[in-house]
Design a protein. Structure first.
Length: 271
């Protein structure tokens, strides 16, 4: 993205509408180990929610619970309710492939497939039955929305792995957008990027938050303050289970936290 004299987008204030995603008294177990304990929170539509907290407190586990990615790990178990538009997502009649289409995922490190730029974006629509003329339009639209089209439009058949790290992450976001999700999960999407690429991804997140519910795990407190409107601060209880210490507007979490653990984490005294 080129620099502009205008101010970049800022985090939107969540609307008063019903939660797009929600948890109600959720516990999550890896075998006998309880990684999450009694988590309840609402994720607003068209806003960015940051999940923050010390290493090992269950942030990524919480994030992946929203689209059942944790099921790829053997011997995991969820209790409580995880909801999308008020409907539970862990019922036996839920099509997990459709669920993951509705709730996209962007990972910590860019993970493009060893294929062309075009095919990386086209793979999702093709799997969901879209025909090639439609796929071509979807690829262009998705790359435009990910602010990458102008950089790659003349080399769509080139290898995705030849892109820079920042471009690869934007490509992964375009790949998520190509299946028309309703929410996007991002697990430390800037942790492997340089400051310039981080700024590009942050600006893109703010733009996308005008249309999607976005949940981001981040260790970067400045990033959480810059992009999110709501923040969930996770901690570990004495049994090392992840618990929700505090969930509130980011402006309040960072200026007037209600929980001493949140204050200690934000100030750097723990973490």
């Amino acid at each position: 993205m080129e620099e502009s004299a205008t101010q970049p987008p800022t985090a939107a204030t969540p609307s008063a509408t019903a939660a797009k995603l929600a948890m109600r008294h959720v516990d999550f177990h890896y075998g006998p180990f309880r990684a999450l304990k009694d988590i309840s929170l609402d994720i607003h539509d068209r806003a960015i929610t940051a999940i923050i907290g010390p290493s090992g407190c269950g942030k990524s586990t919480l994030l992946r619970t929203f689209n059942r990615m944790n099921e790829l790990i053997p011997r995991t178990r969820v209790t409580g309710d995880v909801l999308l538009d008020g409907t539970g997502i862990y019922g036996p009649d839920v099509d997990v492939a459709v669920l993951r289409k509705r709730i996209g995922m962007v990972f910590q490190r860019p993970n493009p497939f060893p294929a062309s730029i075009y095919d990386n974006v086209a793979i999702g629509p093709r799997r969901h039955g879209r025909k090639e003329p439609d796929v071509q339009e979807i690829v262009e639209r998705s790359l435009c929305r990910a602010a990458l089209w102008d950089e790659v439009k003349d080399g769509l058949k080139g290898p995705a792995l030849a892109l820079s790290a920042g471009q690869q992450q934007l490509l992964c976001i375009a790949r998520a957008l190509a299946v028309e999700p309703e929410a996007i999960l991002m697990d430390e999407p800037c942790s492997s990027l340089d400051p310039a690429a981080t700024l590009e991804v942050e600006e893109l997140m703010l733009e996308l938050a005008q249309e999607y519910a976005i949940v981001i795990v981040t260790h970067n407190m400045q990033q959480a303050a810059r992009v999110s409107s709501m923040s969930a601060c996770m901690m570990m209880d004495p049994d090392r289970a992840g618990v929700l210490a505090e969930y509130d507007a980011t402006s309040l979490i960072f200026t007037n936290p209600k929980d001493k653990r949140t204050e200690d984490y934000i100030s750097g005294r723990i973490g």
